[in-house]
Design a binder for this molecule. Structure first.
Ligand SMILES: [Zn+2]
Length: 415
């Protein structure tokens, strides 16, 4: 059992400390962890008497994965662009021809809420099947008032109607939508729509906890990003940022300066950005699935970030354009082989550090008394086998707030 016990987010050498208990047990009551530790001790506790026992027969138990960066709600895949990319077109070339994010926006606006919900519901069942128990979800394929509110409303509905927790993020600043793009002053008017209309309404209706911006070439400038994040913060939406993915814009320094919860991507960071992150409480969330899918050679410098002392997290970036995966085990495999993180570091980054980036490290991310009983059980002998086997799923059971939400034999509440 990997408990990940201990305080707060992990930096440097502490990322390797999984708090392993060899023959462990967890006592769950009312969805929370009532006891966790050595099996003989937990079983001997008076509180354990009469408890229903579930034997996982020597498998590996760890905290449920916390996927801290996804674009959950979208209408369809972009498989048609996949072949163009393989043939050599870059992400930005495809975007300029009306593909990319704007392609997904067109599809989302045309989709019904019922279709979007059904697609997301199916995805959430898959997230659970890979051991994920908490999913951050961003809007950003609507980019007008009605469609953005529709997405955020779906986050709320999904939160109520299925067991995984959805943490909602407003990403109205994903790209400038087509109707504002080519008119003089259009982008500025779109930023004003976000700042003066959407953000106040999103906050007022409590549709999101975080505000995110895609700060990059072809998306939003540093000044526009700051304007949007400031407005979000003024309305109680904590900032997070898509930073330094395609180009180095200075978004990392802005994130640190604003005390952002997370700063994501970071393929193009410079030494000064790494130093700033290391001194901050902003999580450096790495998304290797994106570089893998796009066939890019340059991954984020995970080793330099860890060695400098930054709080490193990992997420899938589940989205139809650049990272169509919802498998955290696959992300762990990529973190190990491409980012040169150890299996232990990768697991910490995908659990307690990711929980910290969602401001939920007191509730989830480790197996400790008082926390929610969010657990993943893998059918392996050694935790290192979770990333070692890639492209196959060894998740055997997933538990959310004490309820079995996925089990390979099909005996669960949602599968
Ligand atoms: Zn993203």
């Amino acid at each position: 059992m990997l408990t990940l016990r201990g305080r707060g987010p992990r930096r440097g050498a502490a990322l390797s400390n999984l708090g392993i208990v060899k023959d462990g047990a967890v006592l769950v009551r009312d969805g929370r962890i009532a006891a966790a530790g050595v099996r003989s001790k937990v079983e001997a506790m008076p509180e354990a008497h009469g408890a229903e026992k579930l034997d996982v027969e020597g498998r590996v138990v760890l905290p449920g994965f916390v996927d801290s960066h996804t674009h959950l709600i979208h209408a369809a895949s972009r498989a048609e662009e996949y072949e163009l990319k393989i043939a050599g077109a870059t992400y930005e070339e495809i975007a300029r021809k009306g593909g990319g994010i704007l392609n997904s926006v067109k599809k989302l606006r045309a989709a019904t809420a019922a279709d979007l919900k059904a697609r997301a519901m199916a995805a959430l069942r898959e997230f659970a099947a890979y051991g994920t128990t908490t999913v951050e979800a961003k809007s950003g394929y609507g980019l007008d008032v009605t469609s953005e509110l529709k997405i955020l409303g779906l986050h709320q509905e999904l939160n109520r109607e299925q067991p995984l927790e959805i943490v909602s993020t407003f990403l109205g600043a994903h790209v400038v939508p087509a109707e504002y793009r080519h008119t003089p002053g259009g982008p500025a008017r779109y930023v004003s729509l976000l700042v003066n209309r959407l953000i106040p309404e999103v906050a007022e209706r409590k549709l999101a906890e975080f505000c995110d911006v895609f700060c990059d070439r072809g998306a939003f400038s540093l000044a526009q990003s700051e304007q949007v994040l400031e407005a979000g913060a003024n309305h109680g939406l904590a900032p997070r940022l898509h930073a330094e993915q395609l180009s180095r814009t200075g978004a990392t320094l802005l994130a640190v300066e604003m005390g952002a919860a997370s700063c994501d991507h970071l393929e193009q960071v410079k030494a000064a950005d790494i130093r700033a992150l290391a001194k901050s409480k902003t999580v450096a969330t790495l998304l290797p699935g994106c570089d893998f899918h796009l066939g890019l050679k340059q991954y984020a410098p995970a080793r330099a970030l860890i060695d400098a002392g930054a709080i490193v997290g990992l997420a899938t970036d589940y989205n139809p354009g650049t990272s169509p995966t919802l498998s955290m085990p696959m992300v762990l495999s990529l973190a190990c082989t491409q980012l040169r993180m150890t299996p232990a570091e990768a697991i910490t980054a995908a659990t307690i550090n990711a929980a910290y980036s969602l401001r939920r490290d007191k509730e989830i991310g480790s197996i400790e008394v008082g926390k929610l009983a969010d657990l993943a059980v893998f059918d392996v002998q050694d935790y290192r086998e979770i990333p070692y086997y890639f492209g196959v799923n060894h998740c055997w059971m997933t538990v959310k707030k004490g309820e079995i939400v996925y089990r390979t034999d099909g005996k669960s509440s949602i599968c």
